[in-house]
Design a protein around this ligand. Sequence first.
Ligand code: ZN
Length: 242
Amino acid sequence: MPNDVTPEALGRLLDLQAEDTAVKQLELRWANLEEAKQLAELNAALAELEADLDIAGKQRDEIAREQSRLEGEIKLLEDKTGREEQRMFSGSVANPKELSALQAEVASLKRRQSDLEESLLEVMVQGESATETWERLASERETTAVQAKDLGERVASIKNEIDSELERHRAQRGSILPDIPESLLKLYERLREQKGGVGAAALVGGTCEGCHTKLSNKESERVRAEGGLQRCDNCRRILVVT
Ligand SMILES: [Zn+2]
């Protein structure tokens, strides 16, 4: 590399480094956005609530079907008991044996009805509990959905902001590029790739800002006196005297 790099080109290289650092930080921020992680968790919770709600809804409906089945069966029994009782008391059955059979039949119908009424009571209690569960889950889902929507909007707005910042820095970068000789730019890009995104560093008060190592006075003076392309002895980054 010829050592005829001008101080202006080196100054612009530091400007370029500043833009590249800003871009890198913004990209990192975009990728590691805390709000985006929270949003993913919230969406996962929402999906789980939807699934639970679906199960709770099915259970509630199944219990409701069982309740109406029992109610229907009880109604039929009531009707039948009513008819048999009417027959019993109408005097149309005179035969004592037949009458006693009828009495036994009515008693049996009433026992059956009483059993079903007990089952119905249990099912109604289950139904209340299933409805409560469904309502609790539905309200939780509603709250979570609102939170997810709000956070989703916030994440989108933050990402938009980062995107426009990125665009600004990339445009700045593009406008700096023509001011830097190609060979210097190539070296810079190679170093930037090798050294965690920092290819050029300022020499401030005798200290390389790239690796924060203080150069010896002699070395520092030599760099200043020689000018042109200089590299840090320690980290090998391009050193720019400011
Ligand atoms: Zn250094």
